[in-house]
Design a protein around this ligand. Structure first.
Ligand code: D5M
Ligand code: FE
Ligand code: ZN
Length: 578
């Protein structure tokens, strides 16, 4: 199998029992002979290695006597490039066609509707209205996901820029009432796994336990080892984690499912209406099948396929008073490309009377640019010390009115462990960011504000979902489609051993046990929103213009958007502050 893409390299390493740092994969991908580089790296890795590091790969390449040599990564990894750079797309929602009220998107059916800042969304009829009376470059739009018309355009920072708002002081313009607030945050990981073999086993057992519980009422399943003993031709049902997906020579699908007793092969014929669902399957997600055993009993011919999914009847909770939440992510403070002016305009707007109902600010990771996150990153750092980056971020947080409740979780650029679930910031970082008294939690976390539950997840697995699934199911221009796939799988990072680092833990904290009312992610630096079975999905762009690295991987970020949700109606308003 040629190893030209990082996804294939990751898979080949996983087959050999290794996880790998992203940079290690990039290094291998950029070698003249990636297959050889991978073999060398694996050969040279010490026995106890679980995660192949970039350093180990570099060393194995440098010591390769064949003269293949070490090549600095230059070409972007193919699967991370944007699937479609919709050339026409001016990413500003405000320049889109006027908002159409589209009744079928009003939440009754609510499936996979949505928009993004790119051209694709315009076709959905959900794109937003041009602002009138725009002053400066701030712009707004409503999504058409709900009944609300275009909002009145706010005056951009009519009030003079407030002086740095030290600590929890009330902002002069808004006077938010703090007494009525209701907020709970859950997601802090009580215990962190030890990384022992037993944790690898237990995290999957727990995943199976939690997700099979969601499927048990729908099929009359039997354990894999019982099905093996059943007579040929019998009807049988099985719930399992997907351990292998292959297409057969004649185009059918062979899916191997694993439960706690063993594995069993299931054949899905290409002409079944659910065959397309197989193309959206990822390794290690949990599904249920019903079917008939073959004449020799060794395979199950599948008649129906079930995903844990969100019930179509899901009816989201709403707040019982007028209150709003702003959802953002990917601030990337400390990067040369951090958009300080846009941030300041956003913070200024939060001080205006128009923003008085915005009482919550949720930040879904990548507060700072971090260090050593990707090759060559140091050349684009404005602040090279990680603690200084958090100091700077903290200063920017102080511009947010002190009476806004902030919740934040880490992302892959933040200074916590990379493997998910990522624990909340440690005491030292909390100390640095203490001025605003934000609620600090793990990635992922569920925050319930005014009765509305918001699942916050940074979104690293979105890259993988977009890379692995067909374009109809997920692209960078429609990140909410990838989010819908995660909701359907009821897991924020289904695939193990791929690009997303998943930590071995006693429990699988990445399963969505409860149905959220809102699903909030970031990471891909694209704006996207939509509804899936009445769950409002928002991917919240970023505050960093395109980096050289993103140029190489052809990622055109959407910048400076703040999606604002009215928690009483779940209406979404998009504002841009560039
Ligand atoms: O991620 C911003 C986007 O850039 C996200 O879609 C992933 C992509 N990205 C980031 N680093 C890499 C590497 N090393 N390879 C491929 N694609 C990448 P952020 O987390 O802000 O960096
Ligand atoms: Fe980011
Ligand atoms: Zn990220």
């Amino acid at each position: 199998m040629p190893l030209e893409t990082p996804a294939r390299i990751v898979r080949a390493l996983a087959d050999r029992g290794y996880n790998a740092e992203r940079e290690a994969v990039t290094l291998i991908a950029n070698q003249p002979d990636p297959t050889r580089a991978l073999e060398r790296a694996v050969e040279k890795a010490p026995d106890e290695t679980l995660v192949l590091s970039a350093g180990q790969v570099r060393e194995s390449i440098e010591n390769d006597s064949s003269g293949a040599g070490y090549t600095t990564p230059q070409e972007p990894p193919a699967e991370n490039s944007t699937a479609d750079s919709t050339g026409d797309s001016d990413p500003h929602v405000s320049s889109g066609t006027p908002a159409e009220q589209s009744p079928q998107n009003g939440g009754e059916t609510g499936d996979e509707t949505g928009g993004s800042a790119g051209g694709a969304s315009r076709e959905s009829g959900l794109a937003a209205s041009p602002p009138d009376g725009t002053t400066g470059s701030q712009s707004t739009a409503t999504t058409g996901l709900t009944e609300e018309g275009a909002p009145e355009m706010g005056q951009q920072s009519a009030a003079a820029r407030p002086e740095s708002n030290q600590g929890k002081t009330d902002s002069p313009a808004s006077e938010r009432s703090v007494e009525d607030r209701e907020i709970t945050v859950s997601g802090d990981i009580a215990s962190i796994g030890t990384g022992k073999y037993s944790d690898f086993v237990s995290v999957f057992q727990d995943r199976y336990e939690k997700l099979s519980r969601q499927l048990r009422g729908r099929v009359n399943h039997r354990p894999a080892d019982t099905i093996e003993q059943m007579s040929p031709g019998s009807d049988a049902a099985l719930i399992g984690l997907v351990s292998d997906i292959r297409s057969t020579a004649s185009g059918h699908w062979l899916v191997e499912l694993e439960d706690t007793t063993g594995t069993f092969p299931c054949l899905i014929m290409k002409d079944r209406e659910f065959a397309d669902d197989v193309r959206n399957m990822l390794h290690d997600e949990c599904v249920a099948v019903e079917g008939t055993l073959a004449d020799d009993g060794g395979i199950l011919f599948v008649d129906s396929l079930h995903f844990p999914d969100i019930p179509r009847t899901h009816s989201p909770s709403t707040a019982d008073r007028p209150v709003k939440a702003a959802l953002i992510s990917d601030v990337h403070c400390g990067s040369e490309e951090f958009l300080g002016d846009a941030w300041q305009r956003f913070a200024d707007w939060l001080h205006t009377p128009e923003a008085a109902e915005v009482e919550y600010l949720l930040i879904a990771g990548d507060m700072v640019e971090g260090i050593g996150v990707y090759p060559g990153q140091d050349e684009e750092l404005d602040i090279v010390d990680i603690y200084d980056q958090y100091e700077a971020f903290s200063e920017h947080l102080k511009d947010v009115p002190g009476d806004i409740e902030i919740v934040m979780i880490p992302g892959n650029h933040d200074a916590v462990r990379l493997a998910e679930p990522q624990p909340a910031f440690d005491e030292e970082l909390r100390g640095i960011m203490s001025a605003h008294d934000a609620q600090i939690s793990a990635n992922p976390s569920t925050v319930t504000i005014e009765g509305v539950s918001v699942l916050m997840y940074h979104g690293v697995s979105l890259d993988e979902v977009i890379a692995e699934l067909p374009d109809e199911s997920a692209t960078y221009d429609r990140p909410h489609d990838a989010m819908a796939q995660l909701l359907k799988k009821r897991h924020v990072a289904p695939q193990y051993g791929g690009q997303t680092r998943v930590a071995p833990e006693p429990e699988d904290h990445l399963v969505m046990e409860e149905v959220p009312d809102i699903f909030h992610t970031g990471h891909v630096h694209k704006l996207g929103y939509g509804k899936y079975h009445n769950v409002l999905m928002v991917n919240s762009s970023c505050w960093q213009s395109q980096t050289d690295f993103q140029k190489k991987v052809n990622l055109q970020p959407d910048v400076g958007y703040a999606p604002i949700i009215d928690l009483q109606t779940l209406d979404l308003t998009i504002r841009q502050f560039v």
